[in-house]
Design a protein around this ligand. Structure first.
Ligand SMILES: *[C@@H]1O[C@H](CO)[C@@H](O)[C@H](O)[C@H]1NC(C)=O
Ligand SMILES: *[C@@H]1O[C@H](CO)[C@@H](O)[C@H](O)[C@H]1NC(C)=O
Ligand SMILES: *[C@@H]1O[C@H](CO)[C@@H](O)[C@H](O)[C@H]1NC(C)=O
Ligand SMILES: *[C@@H]1O[C@H](CO)[C@@H](O)[C@H](O)[C@H]1NC(C)=O
Length: 548
């Protein structure tokens, strides 16, 4: 802590001298992009750190890194910021490894450290790809991957909260909180500014959201149409009875997929009609895996893991969990049958960047669909649950989906509060959020009957803020009468109410009247609706196979 304080003082001194020099060069940005008068090293660091949530610390760590070359370009400063974050990530990883090594007798701490190490591996994997993306001008990719790395670091930190009972855990958490997470956030903030303003660094500033009246520029093109391409030919077949198929379990089919060879070719697994009672994991190495089922309710993958079981976390309760990029699925049901009394019990969890899910059904109660990170496209799906049943910190787009609230109470006449979503964006620079377009929000037949028997005790909301910068919008959807007139639910007191963005636009149905909504939700201005298209929100036109 002492180190941190003196660092802060040092950087404050630096900051004062730097800001005065910045003031003397109001046209620095124009000069930089023209290459006429290069910035001094300190000057460009201070300008770039305007993108930070904490410019003082940003400047101190970048300066200390000695990594910004003389006459650096803006891009080189960003690359230096990524380097600082990567170094911090290595340090953080080592600290978590030390916790694991010294926690042999403590099951809970070991589990937190192991889970932390696992997600830090994913953070490292993503961050390692960022330089390449920046170099080829893939700024949206760079942003998505850095944002995911940030989410994983936060996830690791968060996992230690309940086992913070040794000095080592305390130090590690401080390092994450004061160094690792901020340095990653700094790099991300710079990428956002670069993506929006390029070298016009004079326009750079701290991250802004819709709540500050800020929308990124985007194209105004007509709606994109695409999904899982038709006519895919299977590489292997799976059938429950085994007869005539390559494999009897879905996991064996997945294991048969090659580790990514860079060819980008798909590995299609045809999962024939049947009920597959198993836990399925698609690792990071297996990209472009495709699940083709025989239809929702015909091909069913089922499990019942839940947090009530020893050593099971929300994350690993998933019946199907995907890490490999480019995952696709079509025509199947994935469920978690732990039941309404079981708390968190995930049916499907995805960290698959550029994934396409169509005509699939997800059934659970609390936490059915964990859209954990990165970019995910769901089309014509049916998603069922009750508490926070679509959640996570991904950028996910739900198009033409049927979203159904199911009963959960043991004593249903007492009523309950349900939230359809709990989006978990933690940083205003993350390009994550949930978009629902042309979806129907209703209840299962059972629930609608229960609701109608006494509407006043059953409260259903479009969402609640799991994390500070939670972002969710409903556009052109049909909202059933079971959606409460105030529309959105608090998480805990006034937590996140000033920072979240909950928007509605051109919805219909009895639940769509916005006149009684909570005053921290918004009607999306018509001239800003472009921001929530498949193209602008997910860059889906670049990677979702187009339908002819
Ligand atoms: C470990 O975690 C479980 C579940 O949260 C808790 O019930 C138990 O008391 C914890 N054990 C220790 C030793 O802290
Ligand atoms: C899967 O099938 C595609 C063609 O349908 C083929 O190009 C690819 O090589 C196959 N993959 C494997 C691992 O056999
Ligand atoms: C919701 O479901 C109920 C019962 O299944 C049905 O009667 C009603 O029309 C549906 N509402 C909407 C808006 O789709
Ligand atoms: C929003 O509503 C709450 C409670 O109804 C009220 O306390 C608060 O002052 C309102 N805020 C604004 C900005 O109107």
């Amino acid at each position: 802590m002492a180190v941190f304080l003196s660092l802060a003082i040092l950087s404050l001194i630096l900051f004062i001298s730097i800001s005065s020099s910045a003031v003397r060069h109001p046209n620095a940005a124009a000069a930089g992009s023209a290459g006429a008068a290069p910035h001094s090293n300190q000057e460009i660091i201070s300008l770039a750190c305007r993108a930070s949530r904490d410019p003082t610390t940003c400047q101190a760590s970048l300066t200390q890194s000695n990594r910004v070359p003389p006459d650096a370009t803006v891009l080189q400063v960003i690359e230096s910021a990524v380097w600082v974050a990567s170094q911090n990530l290595k340090t953080g990883r080592k600290m978590v490894q030390d916790i694991l090594d010294s926690s042999a007798g403590d099951k809970n701490r070991s589990v937190a450290a192991k889970t932390g190490l696992e997600v830090l591996t994913y953070a490292e994997y993503r961050l390692n790809l960022v330089d390449g993306a920046l170099t080829r001008g893939g700024f949206k990719d760079a942003r998505a991957w850095t944002g995911a790395a940030l989410a994983y670091q936060y996830g690791c930190w968060s996992g230690f909260k309940s086992v913070n009972d040794t000095p080592l855990v305390g130090q590690t958490m401080s390092f994450f909180y004061y160094s690792l997470i901020p340095s990653t956030s700094d790099a991300l903030g710079m990428m956002v500014n670069y993506d929006v303003y390029r070298d016009g660094i004079g326009s750079w500033g701290p991250p802004k959201t819709e709540r500050d009246g800020f929308w990124e520029p985007g194209s105004d093109s007509p709606g994109f149409v695409g999904g899982v391409p038709p006519g895919l030919k299977e590489n292997v077949t799976v059938c429950g009875g085994g007869g005539g198929c390559d494999y009897a379990t879905v996991q064996e089919g997945v294991d048969a997929a090659p580790d990514n060879d860079g060819s980008g070719s798909r590995f299609v697994i045809w999962i024939k009609t049947g009920v597959y009672e198993e836990t399925v994991r698609i690792p990071l190495e297996k990209r472009n895996v495709v699940f083709l089922g025989d239809g929702m309710g015909k091909t069913v993958i089922t499990g019942s893991l839940n947090v009530g079981l020893l050593g099971v976390s929300t994350y690993n309760s998933a019946t199907v969990g995907v890490l490999g990029d480019g995952f696709m699925a079509s025509g199947l049901t994935i469920q978690n049958t732990a039941g309404p009394g079981a708390y968190q019990a995930v049916a499907f969890r995805s960290d698959s960047d550029l994934s396409v899910i169509e005509n699939c059904e997800f059934i659970g109660n609390q936490d059915t669909l964990y859209a954990h990170s990165l970019r995910q496209y769901y089309k014509s799906c049916r998603i069922q649950g009750n508490i926070d049943f679509i959640f996570g910190n991904s950028a996910s787009f739900f198009q033409d989906c049927l979203i159904l609230i199911s009963p959960r109470q043991i004593d249903p006449e007492k009523g309950e509060n349900n939230a359809v979503t709990a989006q978990g964006r933690i940083d205003p620079s993350q390009s994550t959020g949930f978009v629902f377009q042309n979806c129907v929000i209703n209840g299962t037949d059972d629930y609608v009957a229960l609701y109608n028997s006494n509407p006043s005790v059953h409260k259903n909301y479009l969402g609640r803020p799991w994390k500070l910068y939670s972002r969710t919008v409903f556009i052109g959807c049909t909202l059933g009468s079971l959606i409460a007139p105030d529309g959105w639910m608090i998480w805990d007191g006034d937590f996140a109410l000033k920072t979240l963005y909950y928007g509605e636009f051109e919805n219909s149905g009895p639940g769509s009247d916005t006149s009684k909504r909570v005053n921290w939700s918004s009607v999306i201005p018509a001239e800003r609706a472009y921001a929530y298209t498949v193209q602008n929100f997910l860059q889906g036109d670049q990677w979702i196979p187009a339908s002819s």
